[in-house]
Design a protein around this ligand. Structure first.
Ligand code: KIV
Ligand code: ZN
Length: 519
């Protein structure tokens, strides 16, 4: 049996249909290009009959994608098949994906047809689609709740008609792993012409088993896995492709198969899909969650620093992430503190680890998470400077006009002096206030992340803003909390400015020491 597993991505079809707002043609193209770059074999780009917008995006993407095969969905309806064929006509290689329900429940209560009628409709539609391409995939919708006899009957007919890929969807996420593998194994045993086609599975995650089901289907002989990036999709979502792909790579010893995926592109693709689809990735999500490679407990951090394999089954760099992340919290041990100090270039003799660790624990208890720049401040500047908030927001005012410009004025206390500045921008009130603050401090910073979350409910909710900025190739975090979200945004930036100021004091002090030594 072939040891290559074909990866079929339906982020732009099954994934997109679950979003609050549909994506523009440009956004879909951006995702498709990213999927192509990751080495996805087949990209299902849409359901062209569903809307003129969908037709247009399938058409546009078909012209641009060269290294992945394009695919579009169609019901067993002539106009659907024509729309799919026409929308993809400019593509160099394309597939038409036809589906029809085969479970008794769907046949009787949704389609009101008997099984012979279903077979006739399916065969008729496949013949129509073969006029456009010889690459036809057929999905027996709700296959996991279809009787085995009916599945075998229709599949044999479809393969004889020319279907190259037979998809077995677990449409409602009902199956459990050994049940799906039982179905696949039986198809291989009972359908005489089964070897002329590729068997695919398409699992939904209603019981949280989409990835497990997909893996057990591979073990039973399936050689195409359908899913979406980050698992987005109808209801609880689809199989998270990045999880299946990494399971195939990491457990090659058991599964004995491989994919064409460029693993180093996984993280980037996941981020692009999350941002464009406005679907945040839970921090504990396997493979791509922000905590997937972060270690928090002191014992784990110590183990990781001794040998990464102690607590890491995947190297972060293998999915395109740069480094292992140790969260500095009150649970961290000396090893983690020392790791960050080493990373910033300090020798053991530059500071006293016992004093630093004691100060670190106090700060961690107060602050929750501590960052590398906090360690530097603890190690090298005195208590007074360390606790000093050099910058403080004394006043702000913003004015925004719909579809127009935003103007902000700020008064910022810098040490003992108050400075006033204002700024006007077309990028909204937060940008205006950030620009005004920047005019005062002149720090060359770039905002990398801005996150707003509501704390509490209703009128009394507070807006918490978390930001991440880059300053001289280092990352600084800032948090602001206020009822007014503009104020919390401004406070988050002032928090960042104070963190940068402390590091400037550290640098001043270290330079002073260096000069003293050289004189
Ligand atoms: O979940 C499903 O059954 C589908 C089919 C169209 C393949 O999305
Ligand atoms: Zn689906």
């Amino acid at each position: 049996m072939n040891s290559k597993v074909i990866i079929f991505d339906t982020t732009l079809r099954d994934g997109e249909q679950a979003l609050q707002a549909s994506l523009s043609v440009k956004e879909k193209l951006q995702i498709a290009l990213s999927l192509e770059k990751s080495g996805i074999d087949i990209i299902e780009v849409g359901f062209p009959i569903s809307s003129p917008g969908d037709f247009k995006s399938v058409e546009t993407i078909s012209k641009k994608i060269k290294n992945s095969r394009i695919c579009s969905l169609a019901r067993c309806v002539e106009k659907d098949i024509d729309a799919a064929g026409q929308a993809m006509s400019l593509s160099s290689a394309f597939r038409i994906h036809i589906f029809l329900a085969t479970s008794t429940l769907h046949m009787e209560s949704k389609l009101r047809k008997n099984f012979n009628e279903i077979i006739d409709m399916a065969v008729f539609s496949v013949k129509k689609a073969l006029r456009y391409t010889d690459d036809i995939e057929f999905s027996c919708e709700d296959a996991s709740r279809t009787t085995l006899d009916n599945l075998c009957r229709i599949i044999e007919k479809l393969i004889n008609t020319g279907v190259k890929t037979i998809n077995i969807p677990d449409t409602v996420g009902y199956s459990i792993p050994n049940e799906l593998s039982y179905i696949i194994k039986n198809l291989f045993e009972k359908v005489p012409n089964i070897h002329k086609s590729v068997i695919s599975v398409h699992c939904h995650d209603d019981l949280g088993m989409a990835v497990g089901n997909s893996i057990s289907a591979i073990q039973a002989g399936a050689r195409q896995i359908e899913g979406t990036i980050n698992g987005i999709g109808e209801r609880a979502g689809n199989t998270a492709l990045e999880e299946v792909i990494m399971a195939i790579k990491v457990r090659k010893d058991i599964l004995g198969v491989s994919t064409n995926i460029k693993h180093k592109e996984i993280y980037r693709t996941s981020q692009i899909v999350s941002q464009i689809c406005n679907m945040p990735i839970p921090s504990n999500k396997a493979i791509v969650g922000s905590n997937a490679f972060s270690h928090s407990s002191g014992i784990h951090q110590d183990g990781i620093l001794k040998n990464r394999k102690n607590y890491e089954i995947i190297e972060p760099s293998s999915i395109g992430l740069k480094e292992v992340k140790l969260n500095l919290t009150s649970r961290s041990g000396r090893a983690a503190v020392k790791y960050y100090m080493d990373k910033m270039g300090y020798k053991d003799s530059d500071y006293n680890i016992n004093e630093l660790y004691a100060a670190f624990l106090k700060l961690a208890d107060k602050k929750g998470q501590v960052f590398d720049y906090d360690l530097e401040a603890l190690a090298f500047i005195n208590k007074q400077q360390e606790n000093l908030e050099y910058y403080s927001l004394k006043f702000f005012s913003v004015q925004s006009i719909s579809n127009g410009l935003s103007t902000a004025s700020v008064k910022l206390l810098c040490g003992e002096k108050i400075y006033t500045e204002s700024s006007t921008t077309s990028n909204g009130p937060v940008d205006a206030i950030y620009q005004a603050l920047n005019r005062i401090t002149n720090f060359p910073i770039t905002l990398q992340k801005f996150q707003l979350v509501a704390k509490g409910k209703g009128k009394d909710a507070l807006g918490q803003v978390d930001i991440l900025v880059e300053y001289q190739q280092r990352k600084f975090h800032g948090i602001g909390l206020a009822t007014d979200i503009i104020e919390s945004s401004a406070q988050a930036m002032v928090n960042v400015l104070n963190n940068i100021w402390k590091i400037k004091q550290v640098n001043k002090k270290l330079n002073l020491l260096k000069n003293l030594k050289t004189h």
